[in-house]
Each structure stands twice: as C-alpha cells, then as structure tokens.
Design a protein around this ligand. Structure first.
Ligand SMILES: *Cc1c(COP(=O)(O)O)cnc(C)c1O
Length: 373
C-alpha cells in the first residue's frame, strides 16, 4: 500500500523527548523551544519566532496582533485551508476571497487591487505547495494602502522568493507576520505544531504576551519585571517542551529531509512530462521568482471525470492520491456571507487538482510506473 503521506521520523525524537522529560521542565518556553526558535531565526532571517501548538494558533495570534475590528476586511484566496479564514472570522472580520491564478492555486496578484476598500485591513497570501506568491506586488499594495500582510506559510518552510531587488528571501520573512505548520502532513513535523514569525518589530512584545495567556510572564522570567500579571488578551498558544523536543530532532535533519523530498518531486516532474502532455494534464510550474521546497506534487487534470478515473485506477493498485480544498467561498459556513463574485479558477482547482503521494520514504518510481501504466 502506498499512502498519500507517511510521517518521517529521524530516530532522535524520543531521545530528545526523554531528555526534556528528565530535565523536569516539560511546560512550554524551555530549552528545546528556544533551540528551535533560534534555529529558525538564524536560518531563515525571521526577526522573532514563537512556537505555537498549530499554524491555526499562529494565525489566530496574527489576527489579534493586527487589532482587527468588527467589519474589517481581509483579502485571501478561497482555495485554502479553513484556518486561514477562520482565524480572522473569529475576530469579526469579513473575508474577501480572491481568485486563484489560472495555472496555480495562489492568488492572482494582478487582480488584488480591485478588492481593496477603505475597510481593508490585511492581505493573507497563502504560498500553496510552498510556492511563493508574487510578494513584491503584495507588499507594494500593502504599503500604498496601509495594510498588514500575514503570510500563511503553513506549507512553505525552506522556500524562497526573489523579488525585483534580486535578494532571495525566505517565505515567512517578508510579510509583517507569518504562520507555519508542523502538522504531520508538512515537511517538518511535530504531530501538531506551528510557529508565528514576527518580522515587524512593533509586534514582538505584544506577541509574547498574547502567547502567554495575556500575561507578561516571559518578561518576568527574563527578570525584566518583578511580578507578572494580566496585561492584555491572549490564550495558551505555546506548545510543551515535549513537542519542541520532537521538532528539534526534525530540524537537525532539515537539509536531508528537504533534499529527499525535492528529488521525489523532480522525479515526478521529469518522468510524468510526456504522460501529462498526451492526457491534457498540467504539471506544476515554479515561477522564476519562486523556489520549490518539495512540499507537494500536484497535477491539474483535464476535468473532474478524468481526476476520478485516475484516483480509482491508482486505488486499484493500492496507491492513494488525494484531491484538496473545496473552495471556501462556496463552503456551507461562508457561502451566504460571500459577496457573490464567481471565482472560476478557484472552482476549477476544487474539481481538477490532484495531489500525488510525497513523503520521505516514498518509492516514487513505483507510483510513476503505475500512473503511466
Ligand atoms: C496545514 C495548513 C494550515 C493549518 O495548519 P495546522 O498546523 O494544522 O493548524 C493552515 N493553512 C494552510 C495553507 C495549511 O496547509
């Protein structure tokens, strides 16, 4: 059986968990949390990071940090996971869904400006499959209209964007804030887990407070204040040291994990080229400004019937590809709140996008042979 995903363990996870447990400090913000946060800040150039219990939590922290008020509008793609929008809906925001590009689920940045109104407060680009949105366009619009940019970088660890200035920047280091996921379906995992990256310094102190249930406990432990108490709203967003210890074992192997995943991706891309062409199927394109982080290999089928046929045929061979999001603008929860605009590219991906198995221990050649057969 070839599943869609299989979590990869480096072998050190339980050693570090044992160490964390033996240290007597298993709540959050301890040694392993700091090691992980330092690693991310140094390697990817985020100004400050905070581990969270999920990417969903990191997005909720971002929505609190930008002080959303009832009626504020937030622009984001419709082809995304529910948490991208739910985090902002929890604070009373109205979601303005943008259509995808014709050839990629990422937002069509050339159409964003027409969605901006005096009520717009933020843009939330989602780097689908770890492929960057056109961040120059987004950051220029944000500057011109005084908006915040919160990157949903859940799938985008170790992926980059090179803008007009020619500088290669890590995804998640460009927007004011960014959210990452370490859910077991992502490249680097801790079961459930996530991280908020803070690039605009004005948010750092308050983010720590929101993270620690609305208290200034972090400052207290650093000796900056002599008692701690309730100073703002917040929640319990920090993971235990057990989670951080697991994550550390993964981070030590980041390069290895990434190179194996990327090589599977390249194999799919090269070996499926002719098959795709002769079946009117599109393979993923990486724009010049973006990189591939080996998160996901998706194909765009001719139509929903062809996709169903491919899924069924592969299932007969015991291989399990899966489709992905059902557009949020037509979801049971949001369809009557959506402004009614038709988003044809988004709907097209709902019907035609198919994700092929991609995980560290995958026998990619077998899947390729099955597909071509
Ligand atoms: C996985 C994912 C999330 C949610 O991540 P969790 O860590 O499970 O909360 C949010 N947005 C996108 C685009 C994702 O792929």
């Amino acid at each position: 059986m070839i599943p869609f995903n299989k979590p990869y363990l480096t072998g050190k996870e339980t050693d570090y968990i044992t160490d964390a447990v033996a240290s007597g400090k298993i709540s959050g913000n301890g040694k392993y949390t700091k090691m992980c946060q330092d690693f991310f800040e140094k390697k990817f150039g985020f100004k400050k990071t905070l581990l969270t219990t999920s990417c969903t939590d990191a997005l909720e922290m971002a929505a609190i940090l930008i002080n959303l008020e009832e009626g504020d509008e937030v622009i984001m793609p419709s082809y995304t996971f529910v948490s991208t929008s739910n985090a902002f809906v929890l604070r009373g925001a109205k979601i303005v869904f943008a259509d995808s590009l014709p050839n990629h689920p990422n937002m069509d940045c050339s159409k964003l400006e027409s969605l901006i109104t005096p009520n717009t407060k933020a843009i939330v680009p989602v780097h689908y499959a770890g492929v960057s949105c056109d961040m120059d366009v987004i950051m220029e619009l944000a500057k011109a209209h005084n908006l915040f940019v919160v990157e949903d970088a859940a799938q985008a660890i170790d992926s980059y964007y090179t803008g007009k200035d020619g500088i290669k920047k890590a995804l998640g280091s460009i927007g004011h804030l960014a959210a990452f996921s370490f859910h077991e379906t992502k490249n680097i995992i801790s079961g459930e887990g996530g991280m908020l990256a803070i690039n605009d310094e004005q948010f750092i102190d308050r983010a720590e407070i929101i993270w620690e249930k609305g208290t200034n406990r972090s400052a207290f432990f650093r000796g900056e204040v002599d008692k701690y108490g309730w100073v703002d709203i917040g929640s319990s967003f920090l993971p235990s040291e057990i989670i951080a210890a697991f994550l550390w074992a993964q981070l030590e192997n980041l390069e290895k994990i990434q190179s194996v995943r990327k090589s599977h991706w390249e194999n799919y891309k090269i070996q499926l080229e002719n098959w795709a062409k002769s079946n009117e199927i599109e393979l993923p394109l990486i724009p010049n400004y973006a990189t591939n982080n080996g998160h996901m290999f998706f194909i765009k089928c001719k139509n929903v019937e062809q996709r169903t046929q491919i899924i069924n045929k592969l299932k007969e061979k015991n291989t399990h590809p899966v489709f992905h999001y059902i557009s949020l603008h037509s979801s049971p929860y949001y369809s009557d709140k959506h402004d009614g605009r038709i988003l044809p590219n988004t709907d097209n991906f709902t019907d035609t996008l198919l994700r092929l198995p991609l995980f560290y221990e995958l026998d990619v050649q077998t899947v390729i042979n099955q597909i071509v057969e």
